[in-house]
Design a protein around this ligand. Structure first.
Ligand code: ZN
Length: 468
């Protein structure tokens, strides 16, 4: 049995909404599970983590990513284009070059960037499945995730029909028969879908988009298959106004109303983006418990608009945050995403639109709700010990509520090390200018401390940070 006590934290965010967000005390972890929080004394032979000068969060949760895009950042031909042009210039142009090695490298870069931002759960929407590949993308990405100890929700995408703007210039995006998609997902789920409480491996049925990648006659069959297999359903929806224009012109209804006719809503369904919603669609999503993966940085970068995440949240809807693919969000980390979510709504709608605590809730418990993983996203006894610890001992965090030692601080630099731990555990440690947080090997599923990665055992972590 491993036991760890996290003590002396400057602040703790529980992940729960409202006044329950801020808690205090020490956190005891046994065998990867939080067993107690409060005024606790260290027990004999218990490992202790001195979190003085640090703030403790539930491990952050990103509910929408495309890890393969982590090697497609800043493609010049797409850098200033909106969604449709960017799709042509970036993923549609490069998808066929993402071979097994490139996919493994991309997954490692993307997941490392997430870990360094305190993210312990990533939902990866992967939609490149082609007979031209001699490898299983799910296996490649799960292997990388397992080596890093991060929790992966693999959203198996794909299309049964091609997007209309495919032309001879491109190798067409892969298309599969519905029967092949469903059999493949069933096989993937049998290998990787683990529903045990500490599971680090889940599978979701996730066609690329219901508008352009599936025949409308197949929609009900897809959702029925997901429910028969007891898998959640995920897709893109209403990212740009093109979705609304298309659905109104072809189906005579707005996208959410059209999907309601095909059983594609419910607490086991979540959509990325949902930027272009009218008030009735917001009400439908909230009343059915359908989730949102809010991706403000990608939406801003592509000029798509700002999703009404705040309006959804006020109705009690399931709102979470996702970084989306790194090809449309060069800062594909959850700290940047939270910062952007907080700024964007307030800039447009005023300071009452969203609070910092609400954004933290979206990035933690909100993500857990959307993914159907109630054992993560909050810090409380019985929860999985997915914990992120952020060092405040850096100039960007100086302030009277950030540990109170700024007057005596001598600028230095911090190191973050991410290294493999035994079994399915990831660990971080921090070594700050004057103060040394102890190196930890714990029972936590992931325990991270963020700083500037100047070097790392594997080398790649510093490469990721140097690129920023
Ligand atoms: Zn996406």
């Amino acid at each position: 049995m491993t036991s760890l006590l996290i003590e002396n934290a400057t602040g703790i965010f529980s992940g729960r909404p409202g006044a329950a967000m801020r808690i205090s005390g020490s956190i005891r972890i046994r065998d990867g599970v939080i067993v107690d929080i409060g005024a606790l004394q260290a027990e004999p032979n218990e490992r202790r983590l001195d979190a003085r000068g640090c703030v403790v969060y539930p491990g952050l949760i990103s509910t929408h990513h495309h890890l393969f895009q982590s090697v497609l950042k800043g493609v010049r031909s797409g850098i200033n284009l909106p969604l449709a042009g960017w799709l042509r210039s970036v993923p549609y142009t490069f998808w066929s070059k993402i071979d097994e090695e490139a996919l493994a490298v991309a997954a490692r870069i993307g997941l490392t960037e997430m870990l360094l931002s305190g993210t312990t759960t990533v939902a990866d929407h992967h939609y490149l499945f082609s007979d031209s590949f001699r490898f299983d993308p799910a296996q490649v990405i799960f292997e990388v995730a397992r080596s890093l100890g991060i929790r992966l929700v693999f959203c198996r995408g794909g299309a049964t029909k091609g997007r209309h703007f495919d032309t001879d210039e491109f190798v067409p995006m892969p298309v599969e028969s519905l029967d092949h998609v469903l059999k493949s997902i069933e096989a993937c789920a049998q290998r990787f879908h683990d529903t045990s409480p500490g599971s680090l491996s889940q599978v979701v049925l996730a066609p690329t988009t219901p508008t352009w990648s599936i025949d409308p006659g197949e929609l009900k069959e897809v959702v029925a298959a997901a429910r028969r297999m007891k898998l959640r359903l995920h897709s893109h929806l209403s990212e740009s106004s093109d979705y609304v224009d298309f659905c109104l012109s072809v189906h005579g209804k707005r996208p959410v109303e059209w999907l309601a006719d095909h059983d594609w809503l419910g607490p086991d369904v979540w959509f990325a983006h949902l930027v272009h919603l009218d008030p009735n669609e917001v009400r439908i999503l909230a009343s059915t418990g359908t989730g949102m993966a809010h991706c403000p940085q990608s939406n801003c970068r592509l000029g798509s608009g700002v999703a009404p995440a705040d309006a959804m949240a006020r109705l009690g809807a399931a709102v979470s945050l996702g970084v989306d693919g790194a090809a449309s969000n060069e800062s594909a980390d959850m700290i940047s995403e939270m910062h952007s979510a907080w700024h964007t709504h307030r800039a447009i709608k005023g300071a009452d639109a969203v609070t910092a605590e609400e954004v933290v809730h979206w990035a933690t418990a909100g993500g857990a709700r959307v993914l159907g993983l109630p054992q993560i996203g909050t810090l409380a006894p019985g929860q999985q010990a997915d914990i992120a610890i952020f060092n405040l001992d850096q100039p960007r965090h100086f302030g009277p509520d950030c540990g109170g030692e700024w007057r005596h601080h001598r600028p230095g630099y911090s190191e973050t090390k991410i290294r493999r731990g035994p079994r399915r555990r990831a660990f971080g440690c921090l070594n700050s200018g004057e103060r040394h947080a102890q190196y930890q090997t714990t029972g936590a599923s992931a325990l991270l401390v963020r700083g500037h990665a100047r070097r790392s055992p594997q080398g790649w972590a510093s490469a990721v940070y140097a690129a920023r």
